[in-house]
Design a protein around this ligand. Structure first.
Ligand SMILES: NC(=O)c1ccc[n+]([C@@H]2O[C@H](COP(=O)([O-])OP(=O)(O)OC[C@H]3O[C@@H](n4cnc5c(N)ncnc54)[C@H](OP(=O)(O)O)[C@@H]3O)[C@@H](O)[C@H]2O)c1
Length: 315
C-alpha cells in the first residue's frame, strides 16, 4: 500500500480547499494572516477512496473525559494545538468515553481546527432509533455537521447499525463507516464481518503486547481494501509502563526510536496494513514523543523481530 509524506497526489481534499478558501477570505475581509499551515506527516491512503491520513492520530478514552476548569482543559488544548500544528488529523472518540466527545469538539472549535481534523467516533447502543439519536448527539458534541468516520463500537448491535450507517453515508452525514473491537475474544466475529460487509475501516487492538490481529485480521483487511486504525498501541498503557522500567536498547536509536513509546509505535506502523495508530494521551510531552514515531524510516521484518524480543523481555 502506497505511503506518502504530506499531501495526496490527487490534489487538495474538499476540506483542505474549504480551509484554504476560508483562510483566504479571512485575509481578504479582515486583513488577518491565516494560521500557519500544518506540517506534513507521513500519510497513508484509505483504500476505499485514496484520501490520505497522517499515520499518527490520537485517542480520547479517559484522557479527554474532564470537566471545564482551566486546569483540566488547558493541557488538552495544548495537546490538540500541537497535534494540529504537527499535521495530525485523526481524533478517535465515542459516546462511551464520558465527556470526551464534547471536550475535544469544544477545544477543536475554539482552536478553529474542526475542519482540518478527521473525527472518528462510534455508535454504542442497541436499537435503530437509539443509534440514530446517539449519532446525532455525537455530531452536536463534536460540533460538526458531518462526522468523518462512524464506527460500530465493540460490534454492539452491529447488524442494526450498519444499514443506518450506510444510509447516513449516502446522505453525506458521515464520510466513512467501520467497526471496532479491542479484544481477541471477538476476532472470529470481526473476521466474519470483514468478509461479509463492505466496510471502509476496521479499528482493532494491535501492539507488541497484543499482536494477534496481525495473524489474520490485518492481512484480511488489506485484502478487502479496508483501512485500519490501531487502538491500544501500548496495551492500554500498562505494557509501555512495564517496558519503560528497562533501559531502551542501544540499537533502538539506529531504528530512529528515542523512547519505548516510539519503539512500540514504529513496530505497529511497519505493518503495511495499518493506516493510522491512535495512542491515547492528554500530555503534550507524550504526544510529542508519539508523533516522533511518524518520522524517519520504519523497521524491516528482522528489526521488528528484534524489537518484539526486546519488548517481550522488558514487559
Ligand atoms: N473498542 C474500541 O473501540 C476501543 C478500545 C480501546 C481503545 N480505543 C481507542 O484507542 C485509543 C488508544 O487506546 P488506549 O487509550 O486504551 O490505550 P493506549 O493508547 O495503548 O495507552 C494509553 C496510555 O498510554 C499513556 N501514554 C501515551 N503516550 C505515552 C508516551 N509517549 N509515553 C508514556 N505513556 C504514554 C497514556 O497516558 P498519558 O495520558 O499520561 O499520556 C495512557 O495512559 C483510546 O483512547 C480510544 O480512542 C478504542
Amino acid at each position: 500500500m502506497g505511503e506518502q509524506i504530506g499531501r495526496t497526489s490527487e490534489g487538495l481534499s474538499r476540506r483542505e480547499t474549504l480551509r484554504l478558501l476560508s483562510a483566504a477570505a479571512a485575509v481578504g475581509i479582515f486583513g488577518e494572516a491565516p494560521s500557519p499551515a500544518p506540517a506534513a506527516m507521513r500519510a497513508r491512503p484509505i483504500p476505499s477512496t485514496g484520501e490520505t491520513l497522517p499515520v499518527v492520530g490520537i485517542g480520547t478514552w479517559r484522557t479527554f473525559d474532564v470537566g471545564s476548569s482551566p486546569s483540566e482543559r488547558g493541557p488538552l488544548e495544548e495537546v490538540v494545538a500541537l497535534f494540529r500544528e504537527r499535521g495530525g488529523r485523526v481524533v478517535d472518540s465515542s459516546p462511551m468515553y464520558g465527556r470526551s466527545e464534547g471536550v475535544v469538539g469544544e477545544i477543536a472549535q475554539k482552536l478553529g481546527a474542526t475542519e482540518s481534523l478527521f473525527f472518528a467516533t462510534k455508535v454504542w447502543t442497541t436499537g435503530r432509533e437509539a443509534g440514530i439519536e446517539q449519532m446525532e448527539r455525537s455530531a452536536r458534541e463534536l460540533r460538526t455537521r458531518r462526522i468523518d468516520l462512524e464506527q460500530v463500537h465493540n460490534l454492539v448491535d452491529v447488524r442494526t447499525h450498519l444499514p443506518t450507517l450506510r444510509s447516513w453515508k449516502e446522505q453525506g452525514r458521515i464520510r466513512y463507516l467501520g467497526i471496532t473491537h479491542y479484544s481477541s475474544g471477538a476476532y472470529a466475529d470481526v473476521e466474519q464481518l470483514l468478509r461479509s460487509e463492505k466496510l471502509d475501516f476496521l479499528q482493532i487492538n494491535y501492539s507488541l503486547a497484543e499482536p494477534e490481529a496481525g495473524d489474520r485480521l490485518l492481512p484480511l483487511a488489506a485484502e478487502r481494501g479496508i483501512a485500519v486504525l490501531v487502538n491500544r498501541p501500548f496495551g492500554g498503557g500498562d505494557a509501555l509502563r512495564r517496558a519503560s522500567r528497562t533501559e531502551l536498547p542501544g540499537w533502538a536509536a539506529e531504528l530512529g526510536c528515542r523512547s519505548w513509546a516510539q519503539l512500540f509505535l514504529k513496530w505497529i506502523l511497519a505493518n503495511p496494513a495499518v493506516t493510522c495508530v491512535i495512542p491515547g494521551t492528554g500530555r503534550r510531552r507524550h504526544l510529542e514523543d508519539n508523533l516522533g514515531a511518524a518520522e524517519g524510516s520504519l523497521p524491516d521484518e528482522s528489526a521488528r523481530r528484534r524489537m518484539a524480543r526486546a519488548a517481550a523481555a522488558a514487559m
